[in-house]
Design a protein around this ligand. Structure first.
Ligand code: ZN
Length: 397
């Protein structure tokens, strides 16, 4: 039994290396997994006969001698459905083993208050379309969804999503019911998933300690320490946007408090600082400020600097607390950051202890607006990667 458990874990671990690495030689797998080559051979043979990987000769290695075969993910056998619910948009994608997005659908989400029915209706329709257009011999093995709110682990209940007034909305269960695929929908917080995606496939690859800040309307966060996401006692950790940076005369925040990081450095703060009218909002409005600043408009430049200073205060606190190797700015912050970088750096220089800041790198998201969607796809793959052959049996593949 113990033996069987070890084998299952190793099969999953090997598939994970190949899924994330794209193409990994047997020699490299043996080194990374600390297993001998004959074990790697046996594990690879199991995954090959299950149709999940294939082995092939590498492209010219430039070295003499017989090259080690590389193991690649087999893209046609299994896929997941990934969903991303942001404040202003809904996205669905079919993602194959190896992480390639094969097909996607996108719709605008209106800022019209609690809209569970519409969100689920649109996503379920997209999901069924993606499922029906998949090749008949390929199997859906998981469903992952990213939501811009606080998610109860286990059942995907959105406990609190202040931007749209969602409180205790049964998002995961409803999406599961309307999709009707017989596969549970795993739901995660968008910034948590963005952090993991950037670490697995993006700017933070190779970093075990990083912080991801995700700008939507507000600011979300994901903190990875020693390779693991900090999710807290009940799964609601890393709400970096509600770190208080300006308690005395701070702007009101959607959470009911004042002076939170997202109140001072979120979308509305930037648009107000740039003197934009109150009825103007959304990503295009933010980009217009950034474009104006790039063209030399002093008011837009000053607005970015002001926001950058608040952002820098938040980042400085985080650097002192967590000593990250990298801080990544994603979502809307990816647009804002270049014009605010000087202020962020100045705050780090002024407020972070020298030894805690000497190695921190500041980057924008490499996965761009897909970071959260990629994270959702990885959530969908989690069960397969834990027990590949068991999942194939359960899904009748
Ligand atoms: Zn707040």
């Amino acid at each position: 039994m113990v033996q069987e458990e070890i084998r299952r874990r190793n099969v999953g671990a090997l598939l994970r290396h190949v899924h994330l690495g794209g193409s990994v030689s047997r020699t490299e797998l043996a080194e990374r997994m600390k297993l001998n080559r004959s074990t790697i051979l046996a594990l690879t043979a199991e995954l090959t006969s299950a149709g999940l990987v294939r082995e092939e000769l590498p492209a010219d290695t430039g070295r003499a001698g017989r090259p080690s075969l590389v193991v690649r993910p087999e893209p046609g056998r299994v896929y997941v459905l990934a969903f991303d619910v942001a404040v202003d948009r809904l996205v669905a994608a079919r993602v194959t083993l190896g992480g390639t997005m094969l097909d996607r659908r996108e719709a605008v989400r209106l800022r019209a208050g609690a809209d569970l029915d519409r969100v689920v209706e649109v996503l379920a329709r997209f999901g069924r379309q993606l499922h029906e257009s998949a090749p008949p011999d390929s199997v859906c093995v998981g469903v992952g969804a990213s939501y811009c709110g606080m998610i109860r682990p286990g059942d995907g209940l959105v406990r609190f999503g202040p931007d749209m007034g969602w409180v205790d909305q049964a998002f995961g269960a409803e999406l599961d019911r309307r999709l009707g695929l017989g596969l549970p929908v795993s739901v995660g917080n968008e910034a948590h998933l963005g952090a993991l995606a950037e670490q697995q496939r993006g700017a933070g690859a190779g970093f075990q300690n990083l912080i991801y800040l995700h700008g939507d309307v507000g600011v979300g966060g994901g903190i990875i320490v020693g390779g693991d996401l900090l999710d807290g006692e009940s799964g609601y950790g890393c709400e970096l946007g509600h770190m208080v940076v300006n308690p005395y005369d701070g702007r009101p925040c959607g959470c009911g408090s004042h002076g939170c990081l997202e109140a001072e450095a979120g979308e509305r703060a930037l648009l107000d600082a740039a003197g934009r009218p109150a009825d103007l909002f959304g990503r295009d409005a933010v980009r217009a400020v950034v474009d104006d600043a790039d063209r030399g408009d002093p008011a837009a430049q000053e607005a970015l600097r002001r926001i950058g200073d608040w952002l820098g205060i938040g980042v400085a606190n985080l650097c002192n607390l967590f000593n990250p190797g990298m801080v990544i700015f994603g979502g809307m912050l990816r647009d804002m950051y270049p014009g605010a970088a000087a202020q962020v750096r100045a705050r780090i220089a002024a407020n972070v202890l020298p030894v805690a800041r000497e190695r921190v790198r500041l980057r924008t998201s490499a996965l761009g607006d897909d970071a959260t969607l990629v994270g959702a796809a990885e959530l969908g793959f989690a069960e397969l990667l834990a027990d590949p052959l068991g999942v194939l049996t359960r899904t009748g593949a």
